[in-house]
Design a protein around this ligand. Sequence first.
Ligand code: NI
Length: 173
Amino acid sequence: MDIRVVPDTILRAKADKVKSVTRELQELIDRMYAAMKDNEVEGVGLAAPQVGVPLRLVVIEYEGFKEALINPKWEPAGEEVDEDLEGCLSVPGLYGLVKRYRKIRLSFTDALGKKHRVVLEGMVARIVQHEVDHLDGILFTDKITDWDSVEVTPLALKHPGVVEILKSHQIRG
Ligand code: NI
């Protein structure tokens, strides 16, 4: 299962709602968990459009939090905002500071079809906000606050789409 990288147009499309939790969807979830970890740099979250499937589905595996989020919806829980470094499997080798709500209220359906409503904060809340953006065709590079703070690894130079983004912001890799 290949991970789509910029400038793949599916990364800019709005994903469709999942209508029902089927066996096929559960298999897709398993393959997404595997694809997330089977990378030069391990991911902590992956959205279905990143593997070429235009559905509102995200998998997250970060420390104790492992969950498939089907049709996730979130809203801020409080006004506090944090700024931290983010990267993305679809934008390899580029890291930049992004502002996110520190605490959110999230509702989603899990891989067994059960509905949940939870409050999350810190890094997990950040990952959810990053991944749900993918479902709306938004990339973290759209939200980088300070391009002078961007960090680039040699991996970026293997990807023409990433080099393009860096050039458009006058960053040399
Ligand atoms: Ni991402």
